[in-house]
Design a protein around this ligand. Structure first.
Ligand code: ADE
Ligand code: ZN
Length: 318
């Protein structure tokens, strides 16, 4: 189980295990995306973010009903509890469901019901509505409008999907609207995109955390800023290996980010696809990078510190 921790970077659709893909396809009477679980899993060899996203979006076509979204999230929370997670801020991609005719109510109510039940597992949870950066900003604005009746269930907005060629600057207005609605803001930046996208996320979208951010290391002035402002980075080591940002876990830049004094957290991203949930990521950086117990405790404390929990709850959990 490992040290108690918060998970701040996990896409709920990225927790869709192949077995559940087949169960839901059967339940909903829709075609499964492959002939067998084994055949599906064999496709999980990715050359980069785009090749992963193609499989990720295809698989989620089996998610149709409120019960499906509930069951998906309930399975994640059960795994997360086993992995020592005490608080989770979970991304979801509504535009990827709205475009298939699934309503915002179906998605949010299903996920929120599972989040409520997770309290019995000792986990508190919030939902982060992500905009797809490879879709037009007008589509993001429409998703935010449709989410208005459910704002009490949503803690923040985020920005995800294919990064290269889709800078944060395209989403200034929708992030400003979301912040005016009282939502927190985060964005994927510096995963495959350049350090400039991290700067844009900070300056233009006014994000409070950067998801990934590892390419910030190419820009020493940006690293100094992230340190000075203690901007949290939600780093996902196994994801970076499986999406080929680094060749092996032993070459991952996590120790350099920590040595620079940054507020770094460790997370799973899309654990059904990348070979491990959050405690598996902790175990991988311990064995692959030689991190000490004190390093792991610091990463866990950072995860609560970087969360959107109220200060008194953070102090309780750290
Ligand atoms: N959507 C799901 N996983 C993602 C990732 N690692 N980067 C960007 N968008 C994503
Ligand atoms: Zn991600």
């Amino acid at each position: 189980m490992g040290v108690p921790k918060a998970e701040l970077h996990v896409h709920i659709e990225g927790t869709l295990e192949p077995e559940l893909v087949f169960d839901l396809a059967r339940r909903n009477g829709v075609p499964a995306p492959a002939a067998s679980v084994e055949e599906l899993r064999a496709r999980y060899r990715f050359t980069g973010l785009r090749s992963f996203l193609d499989v990720y979006y295809a698989n989620m076509a089996v998610l149709l009903t409120e019960q499906d979204f509930h069951d998906l999230a309930a399975a994640y929370f059960a795994r997360a509890a086993e992995q020592g997670v005490r608080h989770a801020e979970v991304f979801f991609d509504p535009q990827a469901h709205l475009s298939r005719g699934v309503s915002m109510a179906t998605v949010v109510q299903g996920l929120a019901a599972a989040a409520d039940e997770a309290r019995h597992l000792g986990i508190s949870a919030g939902l982060i509505l992500c905009f797809l950066r490879d879709e037009p900003a007008a589509s993001a604005a429409e998703a935010l409008r449709l989410a208005e009746p459910f704002l009490d269930r949503i803690v923040a907005v985020g920005l995800d999907s294919a990064e290269a060629g889709h800078p944060p600057s395209g989403f200034v207005d929708v992030f400003a609207t979301a912040r005016d609605m009282g939502l927190h803001a985060v964005a994927h930046a510096g995963e495959e995109g350049p350090p400039e996208y991290v700067r844009e996320a900070l300056d233009l979208l006014r994000v409070e955390r950067v998801d990934h951010g590892v390419r910030s290391l190419e820009d020493p002035a940006l690293i100094a800023r992230l340190r000075d402002e203690q901007v949290p980075l939600t780093v996902c080591p196994l994801s970076n290996v499986r999406l080929r940002s680094v060749d092996t876990i032993s070459e991952h830049p996590l120790p350099r980010l920590m040595d620079e004094g940054l507020l770094v957290t460790v997370n799973s991203d899309d654990p059904a696809y990348f070979g491990g949930y959050v405690a598996d990521n902790f175990a991988a950086v311990r064995s692959g990078l030689g991190l000490s117990d004190a390093d792991l405790r610091l990463l866990a404390a950072n995860s609560f510190e970087a969360s959107f929990l109220p200060e008194d709850r953070k102090t309780e959990l750290i």
